[in-house]
Design a protein around this ligand. Structure first.
Ligand SMILES: NC(=O)c1ccc[n+]([C@@H]2O[C@H](COP(=O)([O-])OP(=O)(O)OC[C@H]3O[C@@H](n4cnc5c(N)ncnc54)[C@H](O)[C@@H]3O)[C@@H](O)[C@H]2O)c1
Length: 392
């Protein structure tokens, strides 16, 4: 198959493009590199099946050119930040609304049968009802959420008017390798990890009791591919299906990194939602979505042997368990470790994320820790010592 991935040089898009290429598809990445990075896809571009078109989704002729002969479009490109949308709503509207409309129109012009697009849980806003279900009335609190909702509406209308199958996936809080920790608008997990690894306290906006439903990026990739390969059309929540407070998250990351700092609390940010938890039944029923990893509630205090590799192993795991970049690894056995780590299910073998950042030792420590979190292994303390030793 020939697939277009808009935003394919970004965090989620590059993980998706990588998986598609690995599965033997032709992939055309369209990205203007505004928040994505060429280094996220450099390893893919040596492959003859992967093409990179540097340009914007606001450029309709460029999109129509790129989409010729495509079997499907994965639309990930966006201004993907609530604070940035508050600072500049016109830019967000141009990229997220006009850009999405362009993608749908290019699909129509080129006869592309299906578009699977990234939407967001931010659309639910501060509705106090939990878990969030797709039938709930939208209550967007930011220009970002409004722009994503407008994209969904265009998707529904294009499905009705032009017969293009459109699936809009409302991602909750995604984390994983290649998430940019240095961006002013970085998401909370890489931000916390980066601060901790710099021996600084994590910063929490608000009282830290706000909750998030986190999902590992490989599960988001799985959702996109299953949605594309199914006949699913409409709007779908994509999340882990459980929530954790930011205070608990900081405690868990503290335990994983072995670096303990009391968080610094600052004023809540405008536009941020208070709580987040998804009902993922619709995606499960429509295309068999099943997140393989879940973030368990926890805090450092609940963690036996906090901060040590020994205290963080799966029950029954030997000391040699785990993986390192470039080496093969044993699949983790399912089981509950202790609070604050990811619990792989029997499907965890689907995950192939360990080699995505061969340069992790020097530059991608958050990606490395996030991968460790997912696999429930925390040799991070010794890794951190190694890193410190290697640094000048
Ligand atoms: N990361 C999350 O937790 C999360 C949650 C909900 C929704 N989403 C959505 O998922 C998608 C991917 O987000 P991400 O976290 O990977 O963000 P990202 O910023 O890493 O990726 C977005 C990509 O889109 C590209 N882009 C931006 N404007 C463009 C334009 N005009 N033309 C072409 N490319 C453009 C950027 O360069 C970047 O590569 C976005 O649509 C975002 O709104 C993400």
């Amino acid at each position: 198959m020939r697939y277009i991935v808009t935003g394919g040089a970004g965090f989620i898009g590059s993980n998706l493009a990588e998986r598609l290429a690995r599965d033997g598809h032709d992939v055309v990445i369209v990205d203007d590199l505004s928040s994505g990075r060429r280094e996220n896809i450099e390893h893919l571009l040596i492959h003859p099946r992967v093409t990179f078109v540097e340009g914007s989704v606001t450029d309709l002729p460029l999109l129509v050119d790129a989409c010729a002969g495509a079997d499907g479009i994965f639309h990930q490109a966006a201004v993907a930040s609530v604070p940035r949308s508050v600072a500049n709503p016109l830019e967000t509207n141009e990229v997220n609304v006009t850009g999405t409309l362009n993608v749908l129109w290019a699909a129509k012009e080129c006869g592309v049968p299906a578009v699977v697009a990234a939407s967001t849980s931010a659309i639910y806003g501060d509705d106090p009802v939990f878990p969030k279900h797709e039938t709930m009335a939208p209550r967007p609190l930011s220009p970002y959420a409004v722009s994503k909702l407008a994209g969904e509406h265009y998707g529904t209308v294009f499905a009705d008017l032009y017969g293009i199958r459109t699936a809009f996936l409302r991602y909750f809080n995604v984390f994983g390798p290649r998430q940019d920790p240095n961006s002013e608008y970085a998401a909370v997990i890489p931000k916390f990890i980066t601060r901790m690894l710099e021996d600084k306290p994590p910063i929490i906006y608000g009282d830290g009791e706000q909750t998030r439903d986190f999902i590992f990026v490989a599960d988001v990739v799985q959702a996109n591919i299953r949605a594309m390969e199914s006949e699913a059309s409409g709007i779908f929540n994509i999340a882990g299906g459980s929530r954790i407070s930011l205070n608990q998250l900081a405690g868990s990351l503290s335990a994983i990194t072995g670096i303990h700092h009391r968080p610094v609390y600052e004023l809540p940010r405008p536009g941020d939602v208070r709580d987040s938890l998804a009902d993922i039944t619709r995606a499960r029923d429509a295309f068999g979505f099943s997140p393989a990893a879940r973030l368990k509630r926890g805090s450092a205090r609940q963690w036996p042997g906090s901060g040590t590799a020994a205290g963080n192993r799966f029950p029954g795991q030997g000391p040699g368990f785990g993986h390192s970049a470039g080496r093969s690894r044993a699949a983790p056995s399912p089981g509950v470790v202790s609070a604050g780590t990811y619990i792989p299910s029997s499907r965890s073998k689907e995950f192939e994320v360990q080699d995505v950042c061969p340069d992790w030792l020097h530059r991608r420590c958050p990606a490395r820790v996030m991968t460790e979190m997912h696999h429930g292994r925390t040799a991070t303390s010794s890794w951190w010592r190694t890193r410190k030793t290697l640094q000048p």
